[in-house]
Design a protein around this ligand. Structure first.
Ligand code: GLN
Length: 345
């Protein structure tokens, strides 16, 4: 393909040069009949000029063939240019090739939804794994000074590491996490998020990496001793969490007060605005520890699986996250992260 184009271009140029040269020669003879010495010089000059121009034409011919070539031809030509040029350009050329290849793979995926996705990892920002979370959920995600730390943060870091990506955390309201994932603003939602059928309609979930239990916090002197005792009481929850959803289903919307943060629900409990708070057991433990006069009911309202939410269609990322989770479970990383934050009594 390149050579056909190249030959055609050079041939065209040669014909042009021969034509030009003969006209020039004729005029030269005519004009310079009495100046043979000068004509010889002129011939040499023209020969040199023709050689230079032909060389330039050959180089230009190659260049434009590379530009005009299709993806694979382009790659080959780049490789040829690379050989002639320095190593730095080689890096650039191969970088470009990679980018082109992944772009065409993305096109393929978009066009026919085939398993191009299985081999290509698409993230919101190239080279970055963007995690949406709600950092009010200790020990999974919370602030330590200005830094967000916790089990989910360390698990996400380990996953990103496995995938060769840099982790970036976006802190937001809990009920914005799924929207951020579905709207392509975050790659994964990792927030002690329970897998539910309703959420599965909006996003895909990775395999589960931890178990969560919905727990009940009450004042130390409360007459509430069991789940049944919650009937007719005011229940505080964190908005859009499973605690919120189940409490509304079981005890009626009018009896449930939803707060943006779990800590706000606990504060309301402390102030007597609600009679109990339903929330995941680990944050519940940490809230009870840091707030005087509260206790946990020794009952499990619901047992759930935590998993990473990933946009529907990004099957390659689900697979990559699952593969990373398998090896992080196998080598004990997940357990050691959990043990670091949850000290069993
Ligand atoms: N596990 C609960 C849920 O998924 C709460 C999560 C949270 O508040 N971060 O709804």
């Amino acid at each position: 393909m390149i050579y056909v184009y190249f030959d055609y271009k050079v041939a065209r140029f040669c014909i042009f040069m021969i034509a030009f040269f003969s006209v020039f020669r004729y005029n030269g003879n005519d004009i310079g009949a009495d100046r043979p010495q000068k004509e010889d010089k002129m011939k040499k000059l023209i020969a040199a000029l023709v050689t230079c121009t032909l060389t330039a034409a050959m180089l230009m011919g190659c260049g434009s063939a590379a530009d005009d070539g299709n993806a694979s031809t382009g790659t080959d030509v780049n490789a040829q240019i690379t050989k002639a040029d320095d190593a730095e350009q080689k890096d650039d050329a191969s970088g470009d090739t990679k980018a082109d290849d992944s772009a065409s793979a993305a096109d393929t995926k978009a066009d026919d939804g085939t398993d191009a996705a299985a081999t290509q990892l698409q993230t919101v920002k190239e080279g970055v794994l963007t995690m949406a979370t709600n950092a009010t959920f200790p020990p999974y995600e919370y602030y330590e000074g200005s830094e967000i730390v916790g089990i989910d943060v360390e698990i996400a870091e380990a996953i990103a590491d496995k995938l060769g990506l840099e982790l970036k955390i976006e802190d937001m309201e809990f009920n914005s996490i799924i929207i951020a994932v579905t709207q392509g603003k975050a790659d994964i939602g990792l927030a002690g998020m329970t897998v539910t059928d309703e959420r599965k309609e909006a996003v895909n979930f990775s395999d589960s990496y931890a178990t969560g239990i919905q727990a009940v916090i009450v004042p130390e002197d409360s007459d509430i001793q069991s789940i049944e005792d919650l009937t007719g009481k005011k229940i505080g929850v964190q908005l859009s969490t499973t605690g919120d959803i189940y409490a509304k289903e079981d005890f009626g919307e009018e009896n449930v007060e939803a707060y943006n943060k779990g800590a706000d629900a606990v504060m309301a409990l402390k102030q007597g605005k609600v009679d109990a708070v339903i929330i995941d057991n680990q944050p519940a433990l940490s809230f009870v520890k840091s707030t005087d006069g509260l206790k946990l009911l020794e009952t499990e309202y619901a047992v759930e699986d935590y998993a990473a939410a990933i946009a529907k269609g990004n099957d390659a990322l689900v697979k990559a996250v699952n593969d990373a989770l398998v090896s992080l479970k196998e080598d004990g990383t997940i357990q050691s992260i959990i043990d670091k934050y949850i000290v069993s009594e």
